[in-house]
Design a protein around this ligand. Structure first.
Ligand SMILES: C[S@@+](CC[C@H](N)C(=O)[O-])C[C@H]1O[C@@H](n2cnc3c(N)ncnc32)[C@H](O)[C@@H]1O
Length: 346
């Protein structure tokens, strides 16, 4: 078994720092499982950990860009992208016709003009790679775009935070300014290090949670999380990457009324609406009532941990809500406490 060594990803709500603890709680209940369904896969860290532990893994996420990340890290058994491929990604082939959707529509929004042109180039060159290398190439592009963004997000037009940065406050100017080529090489060597074969047939899917009908011994549910105010849906946070994953659909899906030019692809209210969240969760639990269910949530969220527990109690004989205290977040501005919980039903 490979040593526990996890890829560093920059993703909102990633459980990278908690996954060890979550796994030891799963072992504590002493119920055997061989297969795992990670319904809200995100960065893929829970799936990756499960793969390391020899399980048969199904990664799923509503966004295509995440499915591709899951394909590169979980489904693939090796990284087939060579260093030469990486160099060629950034070069325009003279006899190919290129579109410039990013350069034309996202001037001064997320990246510099030169970087926008490079993104247009890379995306279209990926389409000419042999199919088994494409997910890795997209992985390099998505991770590099994330690392170059202030806060690693796309819900604000704030390139100026990066270009006007004068050294105070936050951020990492050096990282933001690292050229794509350098970042691609870094992420490609990370893929070489992290992608492996665990002897199972692991897959990466792109469904909404309630449309994902596959079953597994253990279902891990890590949905979007609501505080009582100011919810920013995952779609707003990452629409730009979802656009890149669907490049040809970008022009007709840009919302020009929004300053940050949100790309309206694969936007959904499922698990992203406070009023219907509990109903969505009940439907999902019902779908997987024959599996071990593990839910991640936080103590200051809506719904409450008690509400989620009582929902799970309707379907499962054993329900435990475990406070993963050690990794609690700092007190918020109102001074209330906020803990990560793992709610288990088996
Ligand atoms: C809290 S994050 C998961 C984080 C992940 N466990 C990790 O460690 O990186 C929630 C994920 O759910 C996805 N998502 C949001 N709504 C969804 C839906 N209705 N069905 C499936 N995935 C959804 C988002 O794209 C996001 O990646």
């Amino acid at each position: 078994m490979p040593k526990i060594n996890l890829p560093v990803t920059r993703y909102y709500g990633s459980k990278r720092k908690l996954v060890d603890l979550i796994w030891s709680e799963l072992e504590n209940i002493n119920v055997e499982f061989n297969s795992v369904l990670d319904v809200f896969g995100g960065s893929g860290i829970f799936s990756y950990y499960s793969k390391l532990r020899g399980k048969s893994v199904i990664y799923n996420d509503i966004f295509l860009f995440n499915q591709i990340i899951g394909e590169a890290l979980i489904q693939n058994n090796s990284n087939e992208l060579s260093e030469e491929d990486v160099h060629n990604l950034l070069i325009r082939e003279p006899n190919r016709i290129y579109q410039n959707y990013i350069a034309e529509n996202f001037h001064d929004i997320y990246f510099t003009d030169e970087e926008n042109y490079q993104i247009d180039t890379v995306i279209q060159n990926i389409g000419f790679l042999p199919i088994e290398r494409r997910a890795s190439a997209y992985y390099l592009l998505f991770q590099s775009c994330l690392i170059k963004r202030p806060y690693n997000l796309f819900h604000r037009k704030n390139l100026n935070l990066r270009t006007n940065f004068n050294g105070g406050g936050f951020g990492n100017k050096v990282t933001w300014e690292r050229p794509f080529k350098e970042l691609f090489l870094k992420f490609n060597s990370e893929l070489n290090k992290y992608v492996f074969d665990n002897g199972q047939n692991n897959i990466s899917l792109n469904h909404s949670a309630l449309q994902c009908n596959l079953q597994a011994d253990l279902v891990y549910i890590d949905p979007p999380y609501f505080r009582s105010v100011n919810h920013v849906p995952y779609h707003s946070k990452y629409h730009f990457l979802e656009g890149l994953a669907n490049y040809n659909l970008i022009p007709e899906n840009i919302d020009h009324t929004k300053l940050h030019r949100e790309i309206n692809l694969n936007k959904s209210n499922e698990f992203e609406n406070k009023n219907t969240f509990l109903n969505d969760l009940e439907e999902l639990i019902e779908m997987h009532q024959n599996s071990i269910i593990a839910i991640s949530y936080r103590s200051n969220g809506v719904p409450t941990i008690a509400e989620i527990e009582s929902l799970l109690n309707q379907y499962k004989n054993n329900v435990r809500a475990i406070n993963l205290k050690k990794y609690s977040y700092a007190l918020n501005s109102k001074g209330s406490e906020n803990y990560e919980f793992l709610i288990l039903g088996f």
